[in-house]
Design a protein. Structure first.
Length: 333
């Protein structure tokens, strides 16, 4: 069975095989296997996920997994691919009855028919259909994030067109070079990041210990977080948050849209990372507008979206409300 998609990018195909207490999976990209794995003991005291990469390296995660829905989200987190990075998701269903004897695209009508076949294999069928249900939820996530931004008067545009990511990376590299040449820039960065005993800035506990190459990331002082799988290609989806114009109201709407997008993504188990360096240099912001967005949108922020790792990062400090609001609050509010 193949889950129907509304927006795709031909990068990878994920195949799922759900049993009564297990999930097997394999991710293929082009002509090679990218990853595979097995999650066992779902619903028992201690589930165990073995996640294998193409080079033979493997990672083992042992933690309680209450049901298949939680299990599918765990494996998506290990894969690190957002919904838009998948061309298709294939599902092995234990029995198709006399209706489904060949590969079938799953839409609402097909899904309803599949659920009706549960009596054919009552232990295995619910796991298989739950896998389809979760995959379809994942397929809708990017569209939902776009909708959340639109509700606040902004546009979230996924960068899935051919060559878009390369153009973005060139602009980010140019912005970083401009900052490198700016006197005092790195000194200022060191002063507010990599801290170990402060309620301000970015704590060392939330920064990578070692960064391999620059990529899309701003350069920070070394932190305490180990890269989980060094050397892997970043599978995150890049999206530009933009507005029709660049006045103060548009900037405010972009900020409200970012809050809505981040909150919705977090509820769905996604991780988001705002990338602002490319917007801080006028020349690279213009390049992003003209060369990536073709002049159709004013970029306000670049957002990277992917699956959050199973182990959460330490919480970052939060300032009190009265330190973050400019001006007194009226009694009416």
């Amino acid at each position: 069975m193949t889950t129907a998609r509304t927006r795709t990018r031909p990068r990878a195909v994920l195949v799922l095989n759900a049993g009564s207490s297990t999930i097997k999976y394999r991710l293929d990209g082009g002509d090679r296997m990218l990853a595979s794995g097995l999650l066992e003991r779902i619903g028992e005291d201690g589930a165990r996920l073995v996640h294998r990469l193409a080079d033979g390296d493997e990672r083992v995660v042992e933690r309680p997994v209450a049901d298949h829905a939680e299990g599918f989200r765990l494996l998506f987190a290990e894969l690190g691919h957002p919904a838009d990075a998948l061309l298709a998701v294939g599902h092995r269903i234990v029995h198709g009855g006399d209706r489904f004897t060949n590969p079938t695209l799953v839409d609402d009508a097909v899904f309803t028919e599949l659920e009706a076949l549960t009596p054919l294999a009552p232990l295995h069928y619910p796991a298989g259909t739950r896998g389809i249900e979760v995959a379809r939820e994942v397929a809708r996530l990017v569209d939902e994030l776009v909708e959340r931004a639109a509700e606040q008067g902004a546009t979230l545009r996924p960068m899935t067109a051919a060559g878009a990511r390369a153009r973005i990376e060139r602009a980010v590299t140019a912005a970083a070079a401009a900052h490198d040449a700016l006197p005092g820039y790195h000194t200022e960065t060191v002063l507010w990041s990599g801290r170990t005993a402060s309620d301000d800035g970015v704590p060392a506990a939330n920064l990578l210990r070692r960064v391999e190459g620059r990529g899309l990331d701003r350069v920070f002082p070394p932190g305490a977080v180990e890269q989980r799988e060094p050397g892997l290609t970043d599978g995150g989806l890049l999206a530009v948050l933009g507005t029709a114009s660049d006045d103060r109201l548009s900037q405010l709407r972009a900020g409200e849209a970012l809050s809505a997008v981040v909150l919705h993504a977090t509820r769905a188990g996604l991780a988001t990372c705002p990338l602002s360096e490319v917007l801080e240099i006028e020349e690279t912001r213009t390049a992003l507008r003209d060369e990536v967005l073709e002049g159709t949108l004013t970029p306000q922020l670049l957002v990277r979206i992917g699956w959050a790792p199973p182990e959460p990062l330490p919480a970052t400090p939060r300032l009190p409300v009265d330190a973050t609001i400019d001006g007194p609050l009226s009694e009416e509010r």
